[in-house]
Design a protein around this ligand. Structure first.
Ligand SMILES: C[S@@+](CC[C@H](N)C(=O)[O-])C[C@H]1O[C@@H](n2cnc3c(N)ncnc32)[C@H](O)[C@@H]1O
Length: 230
């Protein structure tokens, strides 16, 4: 209980976090699975946040999470596409704000990560009817989405995968006619060069898109056009 011992433990955890660097999917999954209260999405999120304090983590974290919650509350989307699921933190955040008849499509190209992330979503208490994990690349997922959506469009797209893929994927979403004039796009890590390419592209079409608000390096963009004008 001594302050010195607490300081020592805190220092060790920080050193470990720097040394381990890489985000370990198996370790993240095992921690969340064993420490959270099963069936409670809020407990799953709190456990992720606790884990991220001590270990390297890929999750967007609570601050950007609250920002995303606010967008979800305001826009009340029904069809959501998440690119880059990882262990399911953002997926759980989104799913707990969707109505039971809403649907999340979440894409993860690493097969082990996709499997572990899906398990966490189920642990959080969501049903297979509410979400679909697409264990493939974002490009493959987008080209198959029209068959999943039918006449529907995506209300919200969250990009947190490979920033170099943001622009090609955004253009593919347009080409496949998956966005509507009410669609919202959330980009994470907007400081990365790939994300900046999207920003440059959008700035050439000011009537079609508007940048709404930003917290840290996460940005909300609104679409205003059914289809792109050239
Ligand atoms: C930063 S993590 C996403 C974190 C997640 N948003 C969260 O808060 O838990 C990025 C994930 O995207 C995946 N990824 C990277 N490039 C991808 C691509 N082109 N298609 C699908 N998944 C991709 C990676 O395997 C990784 O798991």
């Amino acid at each position: 209980h001594s302050p010195l011992r607490a300081l020592y433990r805190c220092l060790c955890e920080k050193v470990l976090k720097v040394l381990c660097g890489n985000v370990c999917v198996r370790r993240t999954h095992a921690y969340i699975f064993s420490e959270c209260t099963h069936g409670q999405a809020e407990s799953v999120l709190a456990t992720f946040d606790l884990y991220s304090k001590k270990h390297a983590s890929a999750s967007i974290g609570p601050e950007k999470g609250v920002f995303l919650d606010e967008v979800l509350r305001r826009k009340a989307p029904l069809r959501v596409l998440e690119l880059g699921m990882h262990c399911g933190y953002t997926s759980v955040r989104i799913l707990r704000m969707l109505p039971t008849f809403g649907k999340l499509f979440t894409v993860e190209m690493d097969p082990l990560t996709a499997e572990k992330g899906e398990e966490i979503i189920l642990v959080a208490g969501f049903k297979n009817s509410q979400f679909q994990v697409l264990p493939c690349s974002s490009a493959e997922a987008i080209s198959s989405l029209a068959s999943h959506l039918g006449e529907e469009r995506l209300d919200l797209v969250v990009m947190d995968h490979d920033p170099e893929q943001y622009l090609p994927d955004f253009l593919a979403l347009q080409r496949e006619n998956l966005l509507s004039k009410h669609s919202v796009l959330i980009l994470n890590r907007v400081v990365k060069a790939g994300a900046q390419a999207v920003m440059e592209y959008l700035s050439t079409k000011p009537h079609n898109y508007s940048v709404c608000q930003q917290v840290k390096d996460m940005l909300e963009i609104h679409c205003h056009m059914e289809r792109e004008d050239s």
